[in-house]
Design a protein around this ligand. Structure first.
Ligand SMILES: [Zn+2]
Length: 333
């Protein structure tokens, strides 16, 4: 059984969007209950801390930081039609970004083998100088930049959120050391993420986009991960893997049009774990992005947590994991 660093915190509920916003506090309330009963052993609890200004400024412009900071203490700020802040949002956003760094640091220092950071607000739409799509600071990008500064040579970010991670793509567009691989629904918000978007300059070829039509389920996703994501990751040979894990690809999600189930999330997690085993000594951290159906969100997070417990070996064979799942099914879980 592998150890998994797990972070979720009640303070993430202090970020309150406008009434009716799907990115709501109940998401964290549900995940707090999941974390209370993770239904597996080997969990290493991690507490968040606020990200330092210099950690955030490694990927965001000073004006961006100041724009979010200016919302602190004000009852309500509307940045764009989707993205708002309450008086506490700046503090919560710093806690979310710093929480991801704590989980990543726990894995980097070997206190856990992999990790799951259940944070909000989410991050992958936030560009270097644009608050966007529920996202204030780009948590996964801040973590990738932090890993680079800690001496990790090559960081892979796989984004399986139903929406394209335009912010992460923009931040690392010219970076050869951070590879961004996104599988997303298209057409859909924010409209970017075409196969022709592959990076520029020294980063040319380090960005890979796989847009999929609405209606794709477990079979299509596993096929894309096996045929496109895995070979691309093998070519890049990452030293650390980060996952922008949105669960709005779930079949019950109100924002996405995909059909992924818990079984699909288990298979995708297994593939990513194999990539991490092959290149990165098993170092992989999942960072929550979207996921707006509470039952679908719980199903997806539990699937990731369970799969990350897979026994350590030089490689985890698909047969081994599938056999393990069959055993569970026979127990009627
Ligand atoms: Zn999303």
């Amino acid at each position: 059984m592998r150890s998994t660093a797990l972070l979720v915190d009640a303070r993430f509920t202090a970020h309150v969007n406008g009434p009716g916003d799907p990115e709501r506090v109940e998401r964290i309330e549900r995940l707090l209950r999941v974390a209370e009963r993770p239904e597996r052993d080997g969990i290493v609890r991690v507490a968040p801390r606020p990200a330092l200004p210099e950690e955030i400024l490694a990927v965001h412009a000073p004006e961006h930081y100041e724009r979010v900071a200016a919302s602190a203490g004000r009852p309500f700020t509307r940045f764009d039609p989707d993205t708002t802040a309450c008086a506490a949002s700046f503090d919560v956003a710093r806690l979310a970004a710093g929480g991801v760094l704590e989980v990543v640091g726990t894995v980097l220092d070997g206190r856990a083998q992999n990790g799951v950071a259940l944070v909000r607000p989410p991050g992958h739409h936030a560009e270097s100088n644009a608050v966007m799509g529920f996202c204030l600071f780009n948590n996964v990008a801040i973590a990738a930049a932090w890993l680079r500064r800690r001496g990790v040579a090559r960081v892979l970010i796989v984004d399986w959120d139903v929406h394209h991670g335009n912010g992460t793509q923009e931040i690392f567009w010219e970076s050869p050391d951070v590879s961004f691989l996104s599988v997303h629904q298209h057409p859909l918000y924010p409209g970017t993420g075409l196969p022709t978007e592959t990076g520029a300059g020294e980063g040319a070829g380090a960005t890979l986009n796989v847009p999929l039509p609405a209606g794709c389920g477990d079979g299509e996703y596993v096929e894309v991960f096996e045929r496109i994501v895995r070979p691309a990751a093998d070519r890049f040979a990452p030293d650390f893997v980060l996952v922008s894990a949105g669960f709005d690809t779930h079949r019950d999600d109100p924002l996405g049009g995909m059909q992924v189930t818990g079984a699909g999330y288990r298979e995708l997690t297994r593939i990513l774990l194999e990539i991490a085993d092959r290149h990165a000594g098993g170092s992989i951290v999942f960072v929550l992005e979207g996921g707006y159906d509470l039952d679908g969100l719980e199903e997806g997070v539990r699937a990731v947590l369970e799969t990350l417990a897979a026994p350590t070996g030089t490689t985890v064979s698909a047969r081994e994991v599938r056999g393990h799942e069959t055993e569970n099914k026979e127990e009627g879980t």
